[in-house]
Design a protein around this ligand. Structure first.
Ligand SMILES: Nc1nc2c(ncn2[C@@H]2O[C@H](COP(=O)(O)OP(=O)(O)OP(=O)(O)O)[C@@H](O)[C@H]2O)c(=O)[nH]1
Ligand SMILES: [Mg+2]
Length: 458
């Protein structure tokens, strides 16, 4: 129970059911926009109560059945952990010159109390508390490091850094490494410099859309920025026996113990439902290498979602995630007909990832959806024959909204890269005059919420 609550609140807290919903995905995948839009839609749900099937929460069962009463943001709960910047997101989106919210870093949470009527004969009012936790997908990518020694990790990370595409970004790191002696003393200044080069290389790879970037905290340090435990990078065999190499090895173990494990123990372990934001469109636009790495990264990370005690991380004592939703985000960037294709692509990508059928056998329940948390485009048709679907919106850098043809999504999986023609326009949010009272227009936001918690409002 929370400090600072009055006695009535404390009593009602005892009868409140609680659910923790994890929201993850790589940087720029759409976590902040999703949480901001979902919270705004819940707070504004009243506006849509008489209009079944419309509004941002269309298909959220409890609202459509008339069970849902109201949602309240609870600033007083978990007042000691970073709070999701709900108001900043709203101030940025719900204004005349709407703009996407700023990138966020690290972990944050938003707590909402949802009041609803029970479904039985005696209609009682109950409260479901949802805690939305926004955490970087980059942190999950560190998981395989737990199983590795420093030597194993170094060999793998250096080999990856030397591959085509990545090698142009890692060159400064390798040049610096070449000047490191084989009997080097441990020197913090040296460690800072090399970490800077390694982090710079990782950032360039991430900006390009590549996903196997370790240590993930170098990209998303959260509260640990500048902390010595984040001065970590791989070393080749010739350097690993020196005092410098031994110092790095110690740091690697410290990183596992003090950074990776606590995140899983303190946060991940308590997640009941999980949504994974997947910006497949950007990966498709970047091409084969970004796509292949994403499949590989998912293959390594997927076991973390295994349900129950026999999960990949035995020291954790299992995970509780009973519903896992893969959301193909920014679904308003493809034409209407392609939204079903996008969902289908994610399903096929998951079957590439999951060649041992673990999703079906080890994950409690999972679903795939195309999602646009804030819809920035309208669906239109061309006027002249042959008519085809196009998007109406304003890509970044354009003065006004007009019609755009993003091309079609590839139908094969893995795609035939030579024939992929898809253009990702970064659409700006339109002015949304009624956003403060009605929420933002969306695609499948209510459906996503219904999958995650619909059955819990009984
Ligand atoms: N059109 C459209 N664009 C979206 C949507 N969601 C996210 N975006 C775009 O994706 C960008 C990143 O979204 P965020 O929600 O900030 O992504 P994030 O996962 O929180 O990223 P980090 O804070 O960097 O980890 C936004 O600035 C938008 O350009 C959406 O529903 N529709
Ligand atoms: Mg964010």
């Amino acid at each position: 129970m929370q400090e600072g609550l009055n006695p009535m609140e404390k009593i009602s807290d005892l009868f409140t059911t609680k659910l923790t919903i994890g929201v993850t995905g790589f940087s720029r995948s759409g976590k902040t926009v999703f949480i901001g839009a979902l919270a705004q839609a819940l707070v504004c749900a009243d506006a849509w109560k008489q209009k079944t099937g419309q509004g941002p929460l269309a298909q959220f069962g409890p609202l459509e059945r008339g069970q849902f009463r109201a949602a309240r943001i609870r600033d007083d709960v978990h007042a000691d952990t970073p709070q999701f910047p709900f108001r900043q997101v709203r101030d940025s989106l719900a204004t005349h010159d709407a703009a996407w919210p700023q990138a966020t870093e690290g972990i944050s949470r938003l707590v909402l109390d949802l009041d609803y009527h029970t479904t039985g004969f005696y209609k009682r009012i109950k409260t479901l508390r949802i805690e939305l936790i926004d955490y970087p997908g980059e942190w999950l990518v560190d998981l395989p490091m737990l199983e590795q020694s420093y030597a194993e990790w170094s060999e793998q990370a250096l080999a990856l850094a030397g591959t085509e595409l990545r090698s142009s970004w890692s060159e400064p790191f390798f040049a610096q490494l070449g000047r490191l002696g084989t009997g080097e003393k441990f020197d913090e200044e040296q460690a800072i410099k090399l970490t800077g080069s390694w982090a710079g290389y990782l950032q360039q790879a991430a900006d390009y859309g590549l996903s196997r970037n370790q240590p993930g905290r170098l990209l998303r340090p959260g509260a640990l920025r500048n902390s010595p435990v984040l001065r970590l990078f791989p070393l080749p065999e010739v350097c690993r026996d020196s005092p410098f190499g031994k110092g790095m090895e110690k740091r690697f173990e410290e990183y596992k113990k003090k950074i990776i494990k606590p995140f899983f123990r303190e946060h991940f372990k308590h997640i009941d439902r999980q949504i994974v934001m997947l910006d497949l469109l950007r990966v498709l636009q970047q091409g084969k290498q970004a796509f292949d790495e994403m499949v590989e990264t998912f293959r390594e990370v997927l076991p973390v979602f295994h349900y129950g005690r026999k999960n990949l991380i035995p020291w954790l004592g299992g995970t509780k995630i009973s519903r896992l939703l893969f959301a193909a985000t920014k679904g308003d960037h493809v034409t209407r007909g392609d939204r079903a294709n996008l969902e289908q692509m994610v399903r096929r990508m998951l079957s590439l990832v999951d060649d041992r059928n673990e999703l079906r056998s080890q994950v409690a329940d999972y679903e795939v959806m195309t999602l646009a948390s804030v819809r920035a485009t309208e669906d239109r048709m061309t006027v002249k024959a042959p008519k085809r679907e196009i998007l109406y919106g304003r890509p970044a850098g354009e003065g006004k909204a007009s019609q755009w043809d993003p091309g079609g999504l590839p139908l094969d999986m893995p795609p035939d890269w030579a024939t992929v023609f898809f253009e990702f326009y970064r659409f700006e949010p339109p002015p949304m005059a009624e956003a403060l009272s009605e929420g933002y227009p969306a695609i499948n936001l209510g459906k996503a919420l219904d999958y995650l918690i619909g059955e819990d409002l009984k």
